[in-house]
Design a protein around this ligand. Sequence first.
Ligand code: GLU
Ligand code: MG
Length: 451
Amino acid sequence: MEKPERERAESAARQAAAQLTAQDIRGVALTWVDNAGISRVKAVPTARLAHAARRGVGASPSFDVFLVDDSSVTSRHIGGPDGDLRLFPDLDRLTVLAAQPGWAWAPVDRYEQDDTPYAACQRQFARRMADAAAARGMRLSMGFETEWVVTHANGHEPPRYACSGPAYGMTRVIELSDYLREVLDALTAQRVDVLQIHPEYSLGQFEVSVAPSDPVGAADLSVLVRETIRAVSARHGLDASFAPVVEPGGVGNGAHLHLSLWQDERNLCRGGDGPYGMTAECEAFLAGVVRELPALLALGAPTPASYLRLEPSRWAGVFQCWGLEAREAALRFITGAPDDAEGANAEVKCFDGAANPYLVTGAVVAAGLAGLDEGLRLPPPAAGDPALTGGHPRLPTSLAESLEHFQGSALLRTALGDPLFEAIAAVRAGEVKLFEGLAPKDIAAATRGRY
Ligand code: GLU
Ligand code: MG
């Protein structure tokens, strides 16, 4: 980045820090998400924020080859004890944390010591893909749904759920009335635009969805929403788990990605003469996403526990197909109401909460743009449960299998760039090995407290 820009950021940070200090904010948590999907952090005292904006905060690149259990592997370009990066906070996203009094938060972009962009920065990858869409006159509107399971804290085995009411049942909202209100209060105080909050299917499970944003913004929001829920949970003596499964054998936690494609103020998911009113551009984009799903799964379902969730008939979208409001298809198309210009969108259902959201938004844009460039068409839509009706290919059923598709994806290698691509592949191979031969309940137990 240019020196004048860093100087401008420094003076903006100085002003922001003065405001934070006036609100008694003592520290700013600076987060990024590693390739295993874990939010890592360096924090600075508020008085140090301006320095962080000018010079960055040091952090090892080795986090990019960390596995879910904090062990690490190496990769062709990244790994080992040497080297240091600079973390630069995005001050536009600076947020006072409502459930952590005295704390603020900002996501970071990672740079080399000489201030050139770090090739394996996942957040800059997502931005590059958004820029690639902009170069074609398009923009993406995206939003993650956040599903989580609430248990009593302290790692009980088996987990003790914080409520016992039925799926989608009002009983759960009554049982956890104060907790859920505080989740809403905290998100609202942080200016997060909440669309819905409700109990989900599994024991102790809830879901919140927030208003869409650009690809980087949606990933930032996913981090903020989760860490806010985690903080509110801790204040209630509860644990929030966003892991793909808390206990195997049932419905898990998804992190579905909603997306719509826009040209100026026009939503290309509607008003066209393609399937269910989508435009040719939208159809081609979605066809690109559906085509790439087996490889994308290595990003969106990144850990062996992901494949304990990815079972048919659990609305996790394990078939490589799409359909109108089809909850067993990996891609569910939604038309919205006729007078709702924003309502039409597509939902990628097969991704989960272990995924790095920046990798997910960036890679989905890359896959969609390839479809757009090739003018792809969608196959006929699916309906019902392909587990019963047949006719649609099953997505990979193990991390080893999706890793093979990922390794073979020239599209994702080019989009991610070699250093990031290789680091991700090394982390995935490392986790395949880490969990090899373990029983599902042990994989779930080893993973549920990590996300
Ligand atoms: N919890 C389900 C999943 O694993 C999704 C349920 C829903 O459709 O919201 O993705
Ligand atoms: Mg849901």
